[in-house]
Design a protein around this ligand. Structure first.
Ligand SMILES: [Zn+2]
Length: 332
């Protein structure tokens, strides 16, 4: 039950008041406080912030937001259309990690920020949602000086008590957020390092309770390969930490590789698009699709989309999650 009486719904959510997330940055991340938790005043201010923990809600947005808000179970929630909601104030403790351990320390809520992402641990998320997660994570990393390898999945830190299937305390109680360990997804999130092993199972504090999950988190299993088109290579200024993580697989050659599309030259603002000679070719609507505007090049590296001030390369969009209002940019 909600404390404030009326049930909040997603209807009309496009009209919600948005507030600037981080006043110091002046960046274009906007966050709604519509689902701010009534639990905020009772939550302690966190002493340290060492990890960012990514979750999957395993439920649709509406029920997820209501539940998260009622219980104060995350700092942020990112929906499948890339809207960001603040649930618990970012410097307070949110109850998101449950029974958890990381490198011998329990109760991960005490030193982490939790982001719930509407979706499922083993299903691809819309590109627009991943890009919103990327922007939010990037900002939090900068604010709290958190390196890539400390942006984790809930399943990295959750553990289970002994039960009739597992005689010991074990990693593998849940697969929450598992896809965020996969190289394909991390590349979109611009995270170029991840933990190479589980210090708690290695030290014998926990047993491995789910070998498939272990292989996803540490063994390079990646069920998202091919789900997001041709991935951009990691930029040189963010080298993969070779000693800690395997190098990302080489992108498959495609027709687009014939042309030079160096990532360093990728436009990231509308002004840069214009400076490079791109012009608007049309706007996506319910009846006008991207491929109708851009033809076969709708998802190529030399086509760009803009919405809410964001520039999205054609290689990073997928047909199922196009938004009305996206502008299509191409060169003559
Ligand atoms: Zn979780």
């Amino acid at each position: 039950m909600l404390l404030n009486g009326t049930r909040r719904t997603l209807s009309g959510m496009v009209l919600v008041l948005v507030v600037a997330l981080l006043p110091l940055t002046g960046r274009a991340i906007s966050v709604s406080t519509r689902f701010r938790s009534p639990r905020n005043p009772e939550r302690k201010v966190r002493r340290s912030t060492e990890l960012i923990v990514l979750h999957t809600t395993e439920a649709p947005a509406r029920s997820s937001l209501n539940k998260l808000s009622d219980r104060g179970e995350a700092h942020f929630c990112v929906t499948e259309i890339g809207s960001i909601y603040q649930i618990v104030d970012r410097d307070r403790e949110a109850f998101h990690a449950g029974r958890s351990m990381w490198q011998g320390r329990e109760d991960v809520d005490k030193f982490s920020i939790g982001i719930e992402c509407v979706g499922y641990h083993d299903k691809p998320m819309p590109q627009i949602q991943l890009l919103a997660i990327r922007d939010l994570v990037k900002e939090l990393k900068r604010m709290y000086r958190i390196p890539d390898e400390r942006v984790l999945c809930h399943s990295h830190v959750a553990y289970g008590s002994p039960n009739k299937w597992q005689r010991r305390r074990h990693r593998g109680r849940k697969r929450c957020g598992m896809l965020f360990a996969m190289p394909t997804v991390r590349r979109i999130l611009e995270l170029y390092a991840k933990p190479a092993f589980d210090a708690d199972t290695r030290a014998g504090r926990l047993a491995v309770g789910d070998d498939y999950l272990r292989r996803v988190l540490y063994g390079g299993v990646d069920t998202m390969i091919g789900k997001y088109g041709n991935p951009a290579p990691a930029p040189a200024e963010h080298p993969v930490i070779a000693a800690r993580a395997p190098p990302p697989p080489k992108p498959k050659p495609s027709a687009a590789d014939g042309k030079k599309t160096a990532s360093s030259a990728t436009p990231v603002t509308i002004a840069q698009l214009q400076a490079k000679g791109f012009t608007v070719r049309g706007t996506v609507t319910k009846t006008v699709t991207a491929s109708r505007i851009a033809g076969a090049r709708w998802n190529s590296a030399d086509t760009y989309y803009t919405i809410r001030g964001k520039v999205i390369p054609g290689t990073a969009v997928d047909a199922a999650h196009m938004e009305t209002g996206m502008r299509v940019w191409m060169k003559k």
